[in-house]
Design a binder for this molecule. Structure first.
Ligand code: RET
Length: 242
């Protein structure tokens, strides 16, 4: 291969017209990248106690952007799901999303133990999901079920457990509404992932949708959305001086 075609093949030039799955890999990458720049730069606008939260928002989208960079190329080169990259990304970003809850509620008595339990549940959810997708695809339903237990624990914490209780007793309306919005992302936005998973061969929605399409949309909505909620509460609190 001559240098020109080599360079050309390295620069992804094979996004076919009508490849809407590839399209979402590109927009996922670019929107996540742009969101990171935004969150990092906006850190200077918010009060000191919010800076870590905004940093974490930016790290979540940045880690995702880097993985989308690779996932996009992997998908274009092979036409297959970049399952490994996907799960590496999630194993880093989902625990960081759990950290966002903790950071919001730390001033109101959130315990570090609560954060670790959320992280543990998210890792359980992702490890079992990965096994079902990549290692033991003959038993996707069993692994999907085990994964759902971890997910339900996080949903429980956010809707009725200590996260919810701490938010209620915080007496800070900004924090209450931010936690409520993050909870909605977890309950509604994250529920899109098991739907993607169930489109795998042999599972309940076998072939009904494309798994990558669902995961890509879910990632952009949830990761950027989470960051924007945190950004909004940080700006509002900074302006109001609370
Ligand atoms: C930024 C990435 C996020 C928020 C990823 C979230 C992923 C999930 C909530 C995945 C959940 C799954 C189940 C509940 C069951 C089937 C297997 C999974 C891993 C797709």
């Amino acid at each position: 291969m001559d240098t020109f075609s080599l360079v050309k093949s390295m620069l992804v030039d094979n996004l076919a017209a009508g490849d809407y799955i590839g399209f979402t890999f590109f927009t996922g990458y670019m929107s996540m990248f742009a969101a990171s720049v935004f969150f990092f730069l906006e850190r200077s606008q918010v009060d000191g106690k919010w800076k870590t939260s905004l940093l974490v928002s930016g790290l979540i989208t940045m880690i995702a952007a880097v993985h989308y960079f690779y996932m996009r190329d992997y998908y274009l080169a092979t036409g297959e799901s970049p399952t490994q990259f996907r799960y590496i990304d999630w194993t880093l970003t989902v625990p960081l999303m759990c950290v966002e809850f903790y950071l919001l509620l730390r001033p109101y008595g959130a315990k570090i133990q609560t954060m670790w339990l959320l992280i543990l549940a998210s890792v359980e959810m992702l490890v079992t999901g990965y096994i079902g997708e990549a290692i033991d695809p003959d038993r996707t339903i069993l692994w999907g079920f085990l994964s759902t237990l971890g997910y339900l624990y996080i949903v429980y914490e956010a809707t009725a457990g200590s996260i919810k209780k701490l938010a209620d007793t915080s007496n800070n309306p900004n924090v209450v509404s931010a936690v409520r919005m993050l909870r909605n992302f977890v309950v509604i936005g994250w529920a899109i992932y098991p739907i993607g998973y169930m489109t795998m061969p042999g599972n309940l929605l076998d072939g009904m949708f494309n798994l990558d399409l669902i995961y890509n949309i879910g990632d952009a909505v949830n990761k950027i959305g989470f960051g924007l909620v945190v950004y909004a509460v940080a700006m509002k609190s900074t302006k109001e001086g609370v």
